[in-house]
Design a binder for this molecule. Sequence first.
Ligand SMILES: Cc1cc2nc3c(=O)[nH]c(=O)nc-3n(C[C@H](O)[C@H](O)[C@H](O)COP(=O)(O)OP(=O)(O)OC[C@H]3O[C@@H](n4cnc5c(N)ncnc54)[C@H](O)[C@@H]3O)c2cc1C
Length: 465
Amino acid sequence: MAAGQLTVAPGLEPPWWLQEAPLDPELPALEAEVRADVAIVGGGYTGLWTALALKEREPALDVCLLEAERCGWGPSGRNGGFLETYWAALPRLADRLGDEGALAVARASEGAVAAVRGLGDDVWLREAGMLEVSASTAQDAAVERAVETARRLGVAEEAVPLTRSDLEARIRSPRFRRGVYVRKAGTVQPARLARALRRRALAAGVRVHEGTRATRISSGLVQAGRARLLAPEIVVATNAWAAGWRPLARRLTPFGSYVVLTEPVPPLLEQIGWTGGEAVVDGRMFLHYFRTTPDGRVLMGSGSGPIGFGGRVGRRFTHDRATAARAEAGLRLLLPGLADVRVEHAWGGPIDVSADHLPVFGTVPGTRIHYGAGYSGNGVGPSWLGGQILASLVLGSSDEWSRLPLVGRRVRPLPPEPVNFLGGSLVRAAMLAVEEADETGCRPPPGARMVASLPHRLGLRVGTR
Ligand SMILES: Cc1cc2nc3c(=O)[nH]c(=O)nc-3n(C[C@H](O)[C@H](O)[C@H](O)COP(=O)(O)OP(=O)(O)OC[C@H]3O[C@@H](n4cnc5c(N)ncnc54)[C@H](O)[C@@H]3O)c2cc1C
């Protein structure tokens, strides 16, 4: 199979996760005018964790959640299932929030793994940690920074350096040069997690309306077509769709992320020694992320999908063959021991990339409308933290969650459209060319390196790292 030749097209069937764990029966749409104490817009992990945190802290609160499609149909039911804590992002956190802030956020994020474990449902949680591997000389720096930052902050055990032969004890590939091991991370079956959270929320008494798209959000009111939900506290948890919402429009750009999934290949996993269930990412800006499933399939993802224009989320985030082909090419390139396996499924979805690749939480000034978005393709674990923060904002609590430096922080606004789209697309193409050239030992097209370095020089981030 030649690299880059896609064997299945994305967008033609539901993600395999949702086939393996079908959604529960649909809940009725909101039809009339109702009241609640808290309205939550968006039924992915963030909305559901927020609803659960609220009911845990104040069981008598009347919480009503509106979901445009089905809870878990969006990215929460179709992601790669990497359940990360912020220990995996320590250098980025330290850059943006300072050392103290970085440690506080990383520590606070740890509770996600225990919370998922505590759900009780079988969500295929595997707490095997995560490997970040370097697959080119250019990627060595990312691995070194992870190790160096953890050492400097006195938490060396959270980013353990791995030599090439250390790595070979966990996963063998002639491409991998060195790596770093982050112990506090795992994998889940994402659709099972979304389904478990929805069941928990319903059992806790949260009212959920599916097939209900909020069309207007203002103080005290969420309008969904002719239906109205009146609530003094409102939480907007719409992830990539928040890029089209005015208060966050200059803070988020939707990008596409795509995965391919192979047939079960347990004997080949034995051959390459990848039987420990570790999640793996490489050191690219448009990273590859890969993991196994309990029946021995390999999921390979590529965060190199197209950019959205003006916050619109459409088919380019679910039907882009080119990005799925890049994920498949990444599989064959990075794991040559799997060069001949059959890819059976491909799918994609939008991710909400913020200017500095960290989420933003806050309250729209002068209102009680709270928001959390900008996970930048890394929200499975962090959305639990988001739920705790948003619950504190709703309750007006000044506590360990609402005081985290992710809350109310100022982020440099993204350029206006069409500059953001055109500039972002140009830089993305240049970065992809440079990263592919670095990995394969070829020369990138002239000028590509200069264009690819522009965002860094301007203090912006493009890519999904
Ligand atoms: C292919 C892919 C792979 C990924 N892999 C990983 C991974 O391995 N690890 C990781 O940490 N992260 C990963 N992510 C990112 C992760 O899926 C998200 O960060 C996470 O699911 C965010 O949860 P959320 O609840 O904020 O958003 P979502 O799951 O997107 O939920 C938002 C919900 O809001 C609804 N909505 C939108 N507009 C409206 C409206 N107007 N009214 C009502 N409802 C509305 C949507 O239908 C959606 O269900 C991946 C994403 C993709 C697409």
